[in-house]
Design a protein around this ligand. Sequence first.
Ligand SMILES: Nc1ncnc2c1ncn2[C@@H]1O[C@H](COP(=O)(O)OP(=O)(O)OP(=O)(O)O)[C@@H](O)[C@H]1O
Length: 231
Amino acid sequence: MISMTNVSYKILNKAILNTINLNIPVGKIIGLAGENGAGKSTLLRLMAGIIQADQGSILLDGQRLTHQNATSIAFLPDTDDFYPYFSGRHLFQFYQSQFADFNIAKANEIAAFLEVNLQQKISTFSKGQRGRLKMAVTLGREVPYYFMDEPFSGLDPMVRESLIKGLIKYTDAETQTIVLSTHELYEVEPILDALLLLKDSKVIAFDTLEEIREEWQQDAVSWMKKQYRKD
Ligand SMILES: Nc1ncnc2c1ncn2[C@@H]1O[C@H](COP(=O)(O)OP(=O)(O)OP(=O)(O)O)[C@@H](O)[C@H]1O
């Protein structure tokens, strides 16, 4: 479980995240939504231990989140920062050298499932191929937490569908937690357990999909629009 208490983060005195209080339970797939600039990437980077909060506390399974214990979190960035001369195979070898939890057999299986050519240089990959490779290398790590920053952004519907299938096939719904930011709510909604909504640097709603469908009688997109108007 990840617990955030009164977490705030500023850049040059501008509040990027303001007094965030939330618990991310184990064994759930949580969508992180909100308009551009709401703070989704920043929240994921804080939860992954990549950046440090200015105020408040972040606990990972009861311990203060540090660079040391953040190794149980695999982070998929929204950027494509690869060494240009790397092939997918080189990237897997690099991950193997960096992360004791990297399971190269699993990563190879996911790459085959997602139809990634590991021999090809990454600099010659299309955006969709880079998206698949990032998913394979991230899920190749056997960790309890996967935090993914817009894993489906800019990809065509077929690639998005295969990534969503891969996500379900290669994670354990009981023991692994996924938090992913997305603007593709229609497509991602079927696999989500809960949706966390950010607006103007604050969490304005965090509801399960069951609540959204049964209590609100809405789909995720209508719920999000309503929450935004209400706030
Ligand atoms: N390095 C930076 N310097 C100044 N401002 C920044 C920096 N990084 C982020 N911000 C600001 O922080 C706010 C939140 O950015 P963030 O990238 O977390 O939002 P987001 O919800 O992920 O947006 P998007 O949906 O567009 O990816 C934005 O107003 C952004 O301009």
